[in-house]
Design a protein around this ligand. Structure first.
Ligand code: ADP
Ligand code: MG
Length: 340
């Protein structure tokens, strides 16, 4: 066969294979978009573990009528201007909406505050319809139906409604901790609804949000962390050794406000607790790392959950040292056992 260019839909479906692994990935991308748009309220509705329906509505900036088509076009973004090393928004690749649209039935309705009319665009299995007038409140509502109907091979890999719902809840909790000033609500076809009312970002709001997400017992069973080493700041809360879990799901980590899942951070936490926790137990932690954006690469993976630190040893040492010191200060471990 002669060499030819792949169709736009094929290209988007290939990208979707990386960016959109499961319904929770869609929720993550849509919630991140809402937050990037400055939303104060994010409402998530799902059905069938997100495979039948995911709807994310926000009261953010909205999308201009003449930009709606661009929003679902590949590599089109209003966020990244010129410098890949200085990314302040959650999104920056311009890949999520075209990817989602290529594997589902996607409808976006939006109204900017400055406009009195809303518009709507639909994408079905990669086919984009013309933008048309619609009815909508200020902000944006993105509806994804029949996820993966256009890629049956991917659909077969889904683990079932319960597992997908659990993954969606986890995504929302992770993001909600990073944005205490935003109200989140999540409701699905089962009883696993979440509701996180907005709290005052400044006055201890972060701990209030952590309690909303992780339960009121967590603050009572944790100690605060706040340490700086060579310009890298680590803040947060870590559980006392008696408050541990069988898995590491309740270890939340953020780098410059962005939720991350990072092996290095997980390993450092394990190291910090090595002499106070049995090997099969995991601490419950919420850690916020703040560092010069030039010292961390968030552009490692399309789903952006991984990061790469310029100085991994510094970050590891900071986490291990700060947690051990906090535990020792609280009288929960001897200050002399083990070195950071
Ligand atoms: P990215 O987030 O990387 O820019 P996306 O495909 O997720 O790429 O979104 C494309 C563009 O659509 C965004 O840059 C933004 O301009 C617009 N957009 C998407 N969702 C929203 C939203 N909820 N509110 C306002 N604008 C949005
Ligand atoms: Mg995005």
């Amino acid at each position: 066969m002669a060499i030819h260019q792949l169709s736009e839909t094929m290209i988007n479906q290939i990208a979707a294979g990386e960016v959109i692994e499961r319904p929770a990935s869609v929720v993550k991308e849509l919630v991140e978009n809402a937050l990037d748009a400055g939303a104060g309220r994010v409402e998530i509705v799902t059905a069938g573990g997100g495979l039948n329906l995911i709807r994310v509505s926000d009261d953010g900036s909205g999308i201009a009528a003449d930009e709606l088509e661009l929003a679902v076009s590949r590599h089109c973004t209003s966020k990244l201007s010129t410098d890949i090393h200085d990314i302040r928004s959650l999104g920056f690749r311009g890949e999520a909406l075209p990817s989602i649209g290529s594997v589902s039935r996607l409808t976006i309705r939006s109204r900017m505050a400055s406009s009195d009319a809303a518009v709507e665009i639909r994408v079905e299995g990669g086919t984009v319809s013309a933008t048309r007038p619609a009815a909508s409140n200020r902000g944006t509502s993105v509806e994804v139906r029949d996820l993966f109907f256009a890629t049956p091979a991917r659909l077969k890999f889904m683990k079932g409604e319960r597992a997908e719902t659990t993954a969606i809840n986890d995504v929302v909790k992770r993001i909600a901790i990073a944005f205490p000033g935003v109200r989140f609500s999540l409701s699905g076809s089962d009883r696993t609804a979440l509701e996180f009312p907005e709290v005052d970002d400044a006055a201890g709001g972060r701990l209030q949000r952590i309690a909303q997400v992780m339960g009121a017992e967590f603050p009572e069973n944790s100690i605060p962390i706040d340490a700086v080493r060579e310009g890298v700041r680590l803040a947060g809360h870590v559980s006392v050794p008696s408050y541990s879990r069988a898995n590491a799901l309740q270890q939340y980590a953020y780098v410059n406000g962005r939720p991350v899942r990072d092996k290095l951070i997980g390993a450092a936490i394990r190291g910090a607790y090595a002499d106070v926790l049995p090997r099969d137990r995991n601490a419950v932690t919420v850690l916020f790392l703040t560092l010069d954006p030039a010292h961390v690469d968030v552009n490692v993976h399309p789903a952006k959950a991984d990061v790469r630190f310029r100085d991994p040893g510094l970050v590891r040492g900071l986490i291990v040292g700060a947690i051990r010191e906090a535990l020792a200060k609280a009288g929960l471990r001897s200050a002399t056992t083990g070195a950071a």
